[in-house]
Design a protein around this ligand. Structure first.
Ligand SMILES: [Zn+2]
Length: 87
């Protein structure tokens, strides 16, 4: 059994930390709750988010996978009148 010293442990921890950065970054960007005003009735509603596959691709293929987010958000649907538009 190989002996794991302090330097190896530090390298492992730093590597894990670096791997965590894109995940936290993508989740914070895609999970933001942005409110927009409905162009038909003026009610404030939550902006349409990204699909689960876009978030998955962005994390798995970081940073190239970020291009998946360029495919755009899902349309926003007004909670009051049901009007759908691309916000
Ligand atoms: Zn509306």
């Amino acid at each position: 059994m190989p002996h794991i010293g302090l330097p190896e442990l530090l390298v492992l921890m730093v590597t894990l930390l670096i791997l965590m950065i894109p995940i936290l970054l993508i989740i914070s960007v895609t999970g933001r709750k942005v409110t927009v005003t409905c162009p038909r009735c003026g009610t404030e509603t939550r902006r349409g988010g990204y699909s689960w596959w876009q978030i998955l691709v962005a994390i798995l293929f970081f940073p190239i996978g970020l291009l998946a987010l360029a495919a755009g958000r899902q349309p926003t649907e007004c909670t009051d009148c049901g009007f759908r538009w691309q916000a």
